[in-house]
Design a protein around this ligand. Sequence first.
Ligand code: SAM
Length: 550
Amino acid sequence: MGKTARNQNNSQRFGAYLDTEVIYCGDNLDSLMQLPDACVDLVYIDPPFNSNRNYEIFWNEGREMRAFEDRHASTQAYIDFMRPRCAELARVLKETGTMYYHCDWHASHYVKILLDQIFGEGGLINEIIWKRQSAHNDAKQGSKHLGRVHDTILMYSKGKDYHFKHLYRPYDPEYVEQFYRFTEPETGRRYRLGDLCAPGGASPSKGNPHYEFLGVSRYWRYSKENMERLYKEGRIVQTAPGRVPAYKRYLDEGKGVPLGSVWDDIGPLQGAAAERIGYPTQKPLKLLERIIEISSKPGDVVLDAFCGCGTALVAAQNAKPSRHWIGIDVSPTACRVMAKRLRDNCGISEDKRLWRSGRGFQVIGLPRTIEELRRLPPYEFENWAIIELGGTPNRAKVGDMGIDGRLYPVSSIPHRRDTSDQLAFMDVWFPIQVKQKEKAGRPDIDAFEAVMVRENRRKGFFVAFDFTLDAAREVRRFLRSEGREIELVTVKSLLEEPPVVVRRTRQPAVAHQPSLWDEIGTQSQQPNVRVAIGPTPETAPRERADKRRA
Ligand SMILES: C[S@@+](CC[C@H](N)C(=O)[O-])C[C@H]1O[C@@H](n2cnc3c(N)ncnc32)[C@H](O)[C@@H]1O
């Protein structure tokens, strides 16, 4: 329990435990290579494709790759990026496990070939069409294609012994109208008539019984005693004398229609949906709940290696009974978002001690040193600094007008609940500027001063690794001449201890801005009752590092 496989340098012990209820922050290729063979029951991935140019990015060897102009080159790069990751995912999947790969029209045909190569051609169980919307504005006037309204989810297994549970959807009203035509007057229950004649009829090999029942001689499905019992129970009707008796199949006893591979009953997350937390590309919980129900049992381990805001983890944690889970995401922001979501939506705490006793979860690999922070992509560095400072990152990264984030101070909380000017406090905020620079200099400060004057702010925060003497001098001059204060915050000081002013302001940001970002940097201590250990993997790991380089 709680033993981190990666900390064990002895390869025999390596395979003995699997840490679950863990989020790994980092490139999934690295994290996957630390996992033993055949240790997870269900893999779901929803990797980004560079189709959504406003947001989607993927990371390869620390390099940010985005917005390819050449579609073919980008698809090739995407498949090259995914190939070793899918090979690792197949390796960690148990023989009885299932892998779901969520993608869309851009790459699904290439991904299928990729997965066929890895799992073998018989590995594809289903190609699921998730109809995510009924209309799409890509099919507007002037376009020459049909609206692209669905995603594709490819479902693969290693062999025939995978776990599978059939799900059923309610009958649609037209079907009920057409087939369940009768209603029992005494109970109001709807029913249809089922055949009581024996399948195979007189065929001697079937050995069906032949006798007369309610004046009709036939080869029957049941023995005479059973037929008489069913008749007494009111399950057999004869609609007219001499007619062949039939079996009453009640609508309320039917399981429904077996779920097919076209899923049109789970809509997209609408703007106002309660579960929506604002993470781009967030998938609906219902979708992940369904996948988990079909392809896992209580106690199984669910792995999402591109877990974004943690939809799969929340679905696994909240399943009844819950499943174990492992999440991986390269983005520290995503990891903080999902930690908050697990805490808020599942009531479990990010707490190493609780996790050791099986009642919490851990986030491993968040950047903690100056070196690691230097290596973060700019967007992630910016989010990290703002969240550490207790602020709210600016969602619009393009055209942010020199403001990377905002900090709402304690004094801005409204005192009276019923004030007519409830939103007045929104105007009391301090801009935050972040530069991933070794030394921010005078020109950086000049630009920030212009922002503060333009926005008429009396205080602002500037984060960098360090500042030149000129920068510090200019900050003092600005205070003297304009009466506006710029606080210079070094990364080192954020790592050691948040500055006093920041600690004071962190709390109210949570209190009056109940947005996704506000609480990302904090932890709660709520007790919970999770067990945090996975099954013992059967095999020892391979030489993963070598393989990766190969
Ligand atoms: C489409 S989002 C997943 C959304 C998720 N299904 C949800 O419902 O929130 C893809 C995620 O993959 C992450 N990602 C991209 N490259 C990665 C890598 N090499 N390793 C781990 N995560 C990666 C991104 O940071 C992003 O959060």
